[in-house]
Ligand binder design. Structure first.
Ligand SMILES: [Zn+2]
Length: 170
């Protein structure tokens, strides 16, 4: 059995989400917010949109919607497996086209992906960008210039472990 590792997150419950799912989880969609932490957290717990996970540039992890519930992050998509009902969403604090991607952020996102892949029996092909999933093509560009090579190197490492997620007590 693989060694067990833990992801620690801040729990901030979203308002805009649906309890439960109408489809099994089949994909993980990566996003970028074009924003900064305080504003992003307010938006993602506000009345219109939500996402399951959010990682800051410094690698701080927020959890807004339970994995078993439906978040509102994908919009119109090219295939059913990318729909809100069938996907998990990870937002990242990042201004597309205006800054680099930090190792801390990419590594933390790879941990969450390893945890979700193992929890839901997914393959790494289930991880896509919002740009890949969005319909019509070109509607979304995020996460722009994502360092996929670095991400997959980290993911290789993280998949050697089993993962659990634990709320940071406040
Ligand atoms: Zn997006």
């Amino acid at each position: 059995m693989a060694e067990m590792r833990t992801i620690y997150y801040l729990w901030r419950p979203a308002r805009a989400f649906r309890s439960g799912r109408t489809r099994p989880v089949q994909s993980i969609i990566l996003h970028s917010t074009d924003g900064r932490e305080a504003g992003d957290v307010a938006t993602l717990t506000g009345p219109r949109v939500s996402v399951h996970w959010y990682v800051t540039r410094a690698g701080r992890v927020y959890h807004f919607v339970r994995n078993s519930d439906t978040a509102y992050h994908a919009g119109k998509v090219t295939a059913e497996r990318y729909s809100n009902s069938a996907s998990l969403g990870i937002e990242q604090e990042h201004f597309d086209g205006r800054e680099d991607w930090t190792r801390a952020q990419v590594e933390e996102v790879s941990r969450i992906c390893a945890y979700l892949i193992k929890s839901f029996g997914l393959s790494r092909d289930a991880i896509v960008s919002h740009a890949q999933a969005a319909s019509p093509k070109g509607r979304k560009q995020d996460p722009l210039d994502y360092p996929w090579e670095m991400f997959h190197r980290f993911l290789d490492q993280k998949l050697r472990y089993d993962w659990r997620a634990e709320q940071i007590p406040e």
